[in-house]
Design a protein around this ligand. Structure first.
Ligand code: ADP
Length: 598
């Protein structure tokens, strides 16, 4: 398929270095690669031999030599065709094998790497970008390895071989042919440059139009409310017209290409036949040589075009590979300290002692944080956005290490505990409760992979999720989408509570949702949460008044410092920052709760 020159292909920054890295992957298949190289030489050589043998046969035929000689030539010709077909087939067969093996390993390496990268790496990047590296970029490498790679090499080989053979047969006719070739190449260049631009325009206008349609459809209500239909129609008409015009030219130019190619081909044939004929009349060359040359000239332009096309694809694949290697070379999450061990039975005391931390060199995100949560206690973190609540949780889970101070669980510095083991002792109910594509049952079971169906259902019952699950057509077997469409935000929360109940960890980390949830579900969540939190040490980034009220200790944070601490009533009495925060943020939720109890 011809590549539409619709988008600018990315150029690699350092092709040589990247090629060497790709080579490191390919090198494991060295023997096969040598075989492929050999096959390439065979198929290029046979490709060159065929026109030559054709010419020879014709000369024999004209000379009227013995027919046995002619038959011998035809048999050889048949054999050469067969050899060419077999070597072509074999080389793509081997190369596809190698390229699939290579990208298989690359994908494995990249996916493994993603799980060893620190969380800060992902904070800086969009998911789409990472996805594109794992899928598009690697696919690009695979396609190029199995396709362009062979083509580029065999085009170069064919090109060189053809030149040598032509010079050997007739230097004069070679000169003539070489004068025509640039003409053909420039002709092609001229037309592809034009088509390229109009295809680009077409693509851009199509994107514009699609974007516009999508936007107006999703903003349909707004369009109607503001009575903007006439404006929308006018805009659409204009974009539609632009697309029509660019598509018209793109199609017209691209329709020209094969015809122009034909004209150029016929022209070159005419010149070679004309000049060759005159030379043949003077007995400088034989008729067969003319046939050979005409065939070469026809084939000549193909490798040249292939080369130009394939080279672009090749460059874009190298650029893709470069992006893949960039990820592979990122620094990984600090390794667990060599002496780090597994976490043993945990009663759940959490203690921060003078912990300070900064994301960047300069600045301070957390300063001198100290607090202690006894087993089973709940600590509520409150404070304005950006105060450092999430950061405290990230330090506790060892996504980052504190710059100063010590975080201990059951009196043991968490730096001495393996990350996995540490996190296995923690349950998370976060704002963005993540759902996998799969059944509700499997999503809950993610908390404890070996749980039986009964255990899953018991956990769901305790999480107040059972009743809504049973109302769904397929109950626990209802399939969920990755984006969780089909179930509400509140129901998602209930599912993640069920997951945590099933996992039964001694320590809980909660990040309460800020988005409003209907009051009935809200009460269900509250109930499920208090059941979940019972007997576990919990650190809660709290937004709900109820949670804060029932916390054993409230830490009020501002600008990375704990500015007040105590119980809800005690803090209100102080009439300090918490009092103000309460007045501004929780009034409405007090009213809502009051309404509910009315
Ligand atoms: P909260 O959870 O209280 O809203 P955070 O702990 O998320 O606050 O953020 C505390 C401060 O650290 C903010 O100023 C925020 O901009 C900064 N911060 C948070 N995450 C990062 C990060 N990954 N890199 C750099 N700065 C960050």
């Amino acid at each position: 398929m011809r590549r539409q020159p619709s988008k600018a292909l990315p150029k690699p920054k350092n092709s040589m270095a990247t090629l060497l890295k790709i080579w490191a992957y390919l090198d494991t298949h060295r023997r096969l690669l040598i075989a492929i190289l050999f096959l390439m030489i065979v198929s290029s050589a046979t490709g060159l031999l065929i026109p030559y043998l054709l010419g020879r046969s014709i000369d024999h035929f004209i000379d009227g030599k013995t027919s046995s000689e002619l038959i011998r030539l035809i048999l050889i010709l048949g054999g050469v065709y067969l050899l060419q077909t077999v070597s072509n087939l074999l080389q793509s067969y081997f190369m596809i094998g190698i390229s699939q093996e290579t990208v298989f390993t690359m994908r494995k390496d990249l996916f493994g790497k993603l799980h060893r990268l620190p969380i800060s790496y992902f904070a800086k990047r969009r998911h789409g970008e990472m996805m594109s590296r794992l899928t598009n970029d690697i696919e690009n490498v695979s396609q190029t390895l199995s396709g362009s790679f062979i083509q580029i090499f065999s085009s170069l080989l064919t090109f060189a071989g053809m030149l040598v053979l032509m010079l050997w047969l007739s230097p004069l006719l070679t000169l003539v042919t070489l004068c025509i070739i640039p003409l053909m190449v420039f002709g092609m260049k001229w037309i592809t440059a034009r088509t390229g631009k109009s295809f680009k325009d077409q693509q851009k206008n199509l994107g514009d139009l699609n974007g516009y349609v999508e936007e107006t459809l999703s903003g349909h209500l707004v369009v109607k409310t503001f009575a903007r239909e006439p404006k929308v129609m006018a805009d659409f008409r204009e974009k539609n017209e632009r697309l029509r015009s660019s598509a018209y030219w793109a199609q017209t130019y691209s329709g020209f290409i094969p015809k122009l190619m034909n004209v150029l081909n016929n022209l070159s044939f005419a010149v070679i036949a004309g000049v060759g004929g005159m030379l043949a009349l003077r007995d400088v060359i034989s008729i067969g040589v003319i046939v050979t040359f005409a065939e070469y000239a026809r084939q000549f332009t193909r490798p040249l075009n292939d080369l130009a096309n394939q080279f672009n694809t090749f460059l874009s694949a190298v650029a893709g590979a470069e992006r893949v290697f960039e990820v592979l070379e990122e620094t990984e999450e600090d390794l667990d300290e060599t002496e780090a061990g597994d976490m043993r039975v945990v009663s759940g005391t959490i203690e921060f002692t003078n912990v300070s931390f900064a994301y960047d060199q300069d600045g301070k995100t957390l300063e001198n944080i100290s607090f202690r949560a006894a087993p089973g206690e709940t600590i509520a973190l409150v404070g304005p956005t950006g105060a450092g609540k999430t950061t405290i949780v990230q330090l506790l889970t060892r996504f980052y290490n504190p710059g100063a101070g010590v975080i201990a669980i059951d009196g043991r510095d968490i730096r001495e505990i393996k990350r996995q083991s540490l996190r296995q002792h923690m349950g998370f109910v976060l704002q963005d409760s993540f759902l996998f594509q799969g059944s509700i049952r499997d999503n809950i079971r993610y908390g404890k992979l070996e749980a039986t169906d009964e255990e899953v259902e018991r956990a769901a019952e305790q999480a107040n999720a059972h009743s809504f699950i049973m109302k769904m057509t397929h109950g626990y077997d209802t399939l969920l989408n990755q984006d969780g469409s089909g179930i509400s935000q509140g129901q998602k929360q209930l599912l993640s509570i069920a997951k945590a109940i099933l996992a039964d960890p001694p320590i809980l980390i909660l990040d309460e949702a800020t988005s409003s949830i209907d009051t009935v579900t809200e009460v269900r969540i509250q109930e499920a949460l208090s059941r979940l939190m019972e007997g576990r040490t919990s650190i809660v980034i709290a937004h709900r008044l109820n949670t804060i009220r029932s916390a054993d200790q409230i830490l009020v944070l501002e600008d990375g410092k704990i500015i007040e601490r105590g119980s809800h009533d005690g803090l209100l009495e102080q009439k300090g920052f918490y009092h103000k925060l309460f007045q501004s943020q929780f009034r409405h939720s007090v009213e809502a709760t009051a309404n509910l109890h009315r």
